[in-house]
Design a protein around this ligand. Structure first.
Ligand code: ADP
Ligand code: MG
Length: 522
């Protein structure tokens, strides 16, 4: 086609240059995290501008920490960020899947001259079919199923002893009476609160723990049967600077009077509720309000919006936003409140409602504590997803099986078969990478199990084939599905971009020479 119209040759070359650059950008990011996949993945040493160093093999942490300037590389990081926020795990898997599809897609476009639209359509169909197959393959489990612990341990990977993660998360699950939220879906991320505190022992607390240094209040070591209310109000005190700005003396007096009146009304209405503790989000509070409440032995604790939401969830009560609400909202009861001055932790123990539980993750150093925190977070995400979406064989076995099925269904060819083949190729790369990272020849090992059922994989210690379910290497289907969806998003975008244009403002794009405009530096 390009030969008939010589004018098109240049366009074709430019299109490929943009694709070439974008592909290089995606592969650079993927190659950075590729070697971390699986429990035998290698670690990366991250060093920031201030010389702070930390070692991790968590794909999400690495991707979010490295500096990228290429727009497409930034897109990969964004997708990784979204996968992390939505599924809480599977970030490296998503990026490797995307990179493999883009690499193969680029080869077909650049070397074989196939139109991107055709490939993208096939990829879309391949992804849709893979998601259907993952759903069909997923085995439903409940809280009592022994395989839940194996999912948690598989997700914790090498970052922490799997048994420790399992015991912390299982203890937390035992405390929660009913972790099912709206529409019957389990929402553990909302009900298990995680804190990392180097120097402490790991522990699971039946309630909420917040980190707070309390300097100016006389807090008793322990209070029992405490009634609490929650306030989200702005209780700004009058600042000196405001007074200085006001020239009019009467105005200052009026302002002071109205502030004193309002503070008195608020403290009266708090006292009327009979609460022992007030959790409040306002950053500043009037000294008068503080002393009024202290006089009545009412404790005022400043919390962040997130903490307030967690406490509201734990106590199952509403938040008062106006003074008038205080008479209407219900109070929550806490079995006890304790303050540990040494660690600066405030412990609020659950009463009857066991809707929140806190896992405190210790560790010898800040770095190890953070890495252990990530392992527990991944375990919780995997457990939640497994309870909601079911489980599949881990170690890349489920992906390999779906890859084989796609190829089988694709045998009769058709226009979309090229794109579907791209998806099949990417899916098989997960096991290959896990095996390569464990020191095996991934290609060779996989030929031994290609024709077995979906549960077969390779033991990464012995190199022998084994049933992944029996070996206890189990993944949640939801995280796999999410990784595929995240990967699809970036693949479709990258393969369709034929030029990168410099926009002087978001709505004012200027067409330039694409050969010079992309910067493959990462
Ligand atoms: P991601 O960021 O994608 O979660 P991980 O480094 O956590 O990447 O690796 C997850 C992959 O490692 C999953 O496919 C999981 O099944 C696999 N995996 C975990 N434990 C084992 C194991 N013991 N043997 C083989 N594969 C494992
Ligand atoms: Mg993981």
């Amino acid at each position: 086609m390009t030969e008939q119209k010589p004018g098109n040759v240049q366009v074709q070359r430019m299109e490929n240059t943009a694709l070439e650059n974008n592909c290089t950008a995606v592969l650079s990011i993927a190659d950075t995290v590729r070697t971390t996949l699986g429990p035998k993945g290698l670690d990366k040493l991250l060093v920031d501008e201030l010389g702070n160093r930390f070692i991790t093999n968590d794909g999400a942490t690495i991707m979010l920490s490295i500096k990228t300037i290429h727009p497409v590389a930034k897109l990969v990081v964004e997708i990784a960020d979204r996968q992390e926020a939505k599924a809480g795990d599977g970030t490296t898997t998503a990026v490797i899947l995307a990179a493999e599809m883009i690499k193969e897609g680029k080869r077909l476009i650049a070397d074989m001259g196939i139109h991107p639209t055709l490939i993208v359509r096939g990829i879309e169909l391949g992804i849709q079919r893979s998601i259907e197959l993952f759903k069909q393959m997923a085995v439903k489990i409940n809280m009592k199923d022994a395989r839940l612990a194996q999912v948690i341990s598989t997700a914790a990977g090498s970052r922490m002893d799997g048994n420790q993660v399992v015991s912390l998360v299982s203890e937390a699950l035992n405390i929660l009476k009913n972790p099912k939220g709206k529409k019957g879906m389990v929402n553990l991320k909302k009900s298990i609160f995680l804190i990392n505190k180097p120097g402490l022992e790991d522990m699971v607390f039946d309630g909420i723990v917040i980190q707070r240094q309390l300097f100016d209040q006389q807090i008793p070591d322990r209070l029992d049967n405490v009634k609490a209310i929650l306030l989200k109000m702005d209780l700004k005190e009058i600042k000196e600077s405001w007074i200085k700005e006001m020239r009019n003396y009467d105005e200052i007096v009026r302002m002071k009077e109205s502030q004193t009146k309002m503070t008195k009304e608020i403290s009266d209405s708090i006292c009327m509720t009979g609460a022992d503790i007030v959790f409040i989000t306002s950053a500043h509070t009037d000294d008068l309000l503080l002393s009024n409440l202290l006089e009545k032995n009412i404790l005022l604790i400043h919390v962040s919006n997130e903490e307030l939401l967690n406490i509201a969830n734990a106590l199952d009560i509403q938040v008062a936003r106006r003074k008038e609400d205080m008479g209407k909202i219900s109070m929550g009861t806490l079995k006890s409140v304790c303050y540990d001055e040494e660690s600066g932790l405030l412990f609020f123990e659950n009463h009857a409602q066991r809707k929140m539980v806190t896992i405190i993750i210790g560790g010898v150093t800040k770095v190890t504590s953070q890495e252990r925190w990530r392992a527990v977070k991944d375990g919780i995400s995997a457990a939640q997803s497994a309870l909601n979406d079911g489980i599949v064989a881990g170690g890349g076995a489920a992906e390999l099986c779906i890859s084989e099925k796609l190829k089988e269904e694709n045998l009769n060819g058709g226009v979309d078969s090229i794109g579907i083949e791209v998806v099949a190729h990417a899916l098989s790369s997960i096991m290959r990478q896990i095996l390569t990272n464990a020191g095996f020849n991934g290609f060779e090992k996989m030929t031994e199990i290609r024709n077995k059922s979906g549960e077969y994989g390779i033991d990464i210690s012995t190199g022998k084939e084994e049933d992944m379910f029996e070996a206890g290497v189990i993944d949640s289907a939801g995280i796999k599905i999410n990784a595929l969806k995240s990967a699809a998003e970036i693949v479709k975008a990258v393969l369709r971009i034929d030029r990168i244009l410099i926009a002087s403002s978001p709505h004012n794009a200027v067409v330039g020479n694409p050969v010079n405009e992309t910067d493959p530096k990462i």
